[in-house]
Design a binder for this molecule. Sequence first.
Ligand SMILES: [Fe+2]
Length: 421
Amino acid sequence: MSLNLAVPSIRVGASLQERFMEVRNTSLQITASFSAEDQMLQSMPDASPTKWHLAHTTWFFETFILLPHAPGYEAFDPRYQYLFNSYYKQLGTHPNRGARGLLSRPNLEHVYAYRSHVEGALSPLLANAGDEILELVELGINHEQQHQELILTDIKHALWSSPLRPEPLADAHHKASAVPLDWVEIEGGIHSVGHDDPGFAFDNEAPRHEVLLRPFRIGSRAVTNGDYLEFMEDGGYRRPDLWLSDGWDAICAQGWNSPLYWEREDGSWRQFAMNGTIQVGTREVDPAEPVCHISFYEADAYARWCGARLPSEEEWEVAATRAQTKGTFLDDNVFHPRAARGDGRQMFGDVWEWTASPYVAYPGFKPAAGLIGEYNGKFMCNQLVLRGGSCATPASHIRATYRNFFPPHARWQFSGLRLAK
Ligand SMILES: [Fe+2]
């Protein structure tokens, strides 16, 4: 069976088995400072408890690899097949997404034991595995990396939702002036986008195909908090002429007048944030940092206020392919976007950038046959594409062709924007 996924790429100096354990250990490292009580919080249906993420990523390896491919494998607990299924309907029913915070049982110790059980069974299987299993392990590794980002964004939202108001955080970051915004010119014509090299990619990044682009200009850096404050101070949230109809309805219904996690205190803006030790608290909004935790609606309204627009995902990809400069990733242990430095391009890391593109299939896209085909394709409706990764994305997980997607109202991811004209 072909999974319609690329052949696994083995990073120099690290076998697939080593990478598997590295990623498994990273999930434990980034959650180690949270108590068992923290790890079962669910603050909204979109966000899942840390403990659920730790179990579900394990379920993925057990369900797609061990149960069908490891002779004699005994499930850690057969009930987990139902309990930690996220959305794979071909497997049958699963718990309601919004009820994941009710899982006080199994407790965290049992989830750790589940993780060890699956790792112990999977590692020996890899020594003689064929391409199909290796492809599935590669997919499982990338799946767990996606959940690492969700672990951080979900628990950030959960801890912010606590009635106990957050303590001030020491300003952990060096304050820098924002790099000036320049415009990078990209020529019009036929460009190629999408994945086709031998490394791993998700099925939604292919096939590579040609697109016709008009000449365009794209911002040399992400929009900063300082930029966004000017929009706010100009009454940006009170001017219906700047907003899409759905966006205006959303800000009126939700009472939004700033990015998520911003709070006005003694005449200045503070924001709820994580710092390098995964402590949470509030700190002053730094005007030089990229604005984040905004919806597509806010990104779109800001761009309109500037007389600019959001780039299409194809424009973004063409520009990013020429500017491989890196920003801040999960590996930097900052868990907060940092001000652009150097040439300021910062197309990868720090904040996901909303694009104007709906998340739909590329021409010729075919999801994999069977169960695994539910991974991406069935979500290609009512969502927008974001590009570039964030400060919560593992550095090895991102590439120019990577397509993230969220509904337009979503704000709890590290989502920001870059302008285009
Ligand atoms: Fe998942």
